[in-house]
Design a protein around this ligand. Structure first.
Ligand code: F6R
Length: 241
């Protein structure tokens, strides 16, 4: 695992955006895996700047998001679809048909999950997958003790995750308790992975992910077995590594 220690959140975001921009410049039809949450917001802002200043072309880029809440419509402002549109896609020249986010309103979960993984394969596989990490070590919404062998699937969110995500909702009761998430197997099939973490609340999870035993108790620890992972942390998140 290649570890890059950034000075702070802005620095981490700039380095992450530069990595993505080079990927896109080198391969204009890259398949990119994206994450939501607080962590990649700065990277999206930087990428939008690079797009505007350097005319980075997203028109042939395909994206696959890690996850979506189960039961939230795309026009619900807490849906990850809404987040992606607002924070990134509407600012760049992505084609709508190249954007893939699990359908949280599906009536057939199994078919949705199966076809999501199938579509990733059919598009040639993910060239680079962006990941954040939960304080419990989750990646995507693969909570502790999820099998490493599963593809995209429906997950029950842990109490801690619901609590942490409730900051975006009016009350914790409004946070969906389930989500559709790429599985660890899907994530591990990406050709490259870029894991981002910022802030002291992520330091323990990062330490376990990087130096701890590889175990489903810390889903991110599986990344030790991937041959092309770049971890970009700020000083606080990288304190113990
Ligand atoms: C988001 C995702 C999650 C987050 C993680 C960290 O698509 O899959 O694994 O990356 O929960 O969230 P933040 O960045 O809000 O701390």
């Amino acid at each position: 695992m290649k570890i890059i220690k950034a000075d702070n959140y802005e620095h981490m975001s700039k380095m992450a955006a530069r990595t993505m921009a080079s990927q896109i410049a080198l391969k204009n039809n890259s398949v990119i895996g994206l994450a939501t949450g607080d962590t990649p917001l700065g990277m999206y802002r930087e990428l939008i700047k690079i797009y505007e200043d350097e005319e980075l072309d997203f028109s042939n880029i395909k994206t696959f998001n890690l996850d979506e809440y189960y039961g939230l419509n795309i026009d619900n402002e807490n849906s990850y679809y809404f987040y992606m549109m607002n924070n990134f896609f509407k600012h760049i020249n992505m084609r709508k048909e190249n954007i893939n986010i699990p359908n949280g309103m599906t009536e057939n979960i199994e078919a949705e999950c199966f076809s999501y993984d199938k579509k990733i394969k059919a598009s040639g596989g993910i060239d680079i997958q962006v990941l954040g990490i939960g304080v419990n070590g989750h990646i995507g919404f693969n909570e502790p003790n999820t099998s490493f062998e599963v593809g995209t699937h429906l997950v029950e969110l842990e109490k801690e995750t619901i609590k942490s995500n409730s900051r975006f909702f009016n009350s914790p009761e409004e946070v969906p308790t389930k989500a559709i998430s790429m599985g660890i197997k899907t994530i591990m099939q990406s050709r490259a992975i870029m894991l981002l973490a910022s802030g002291e609340k992520k330091a323990a999870a990062i330490e376990k992910a990087v130096k701890g035993k590889i175990s489903t108790a810390v889903p991110a620890s599986i990344l030790q077995l991937h041959n092309n992972v770049t971890l970009i942390v700020d000083k606080a998140a990288g304190e113990f590594i």
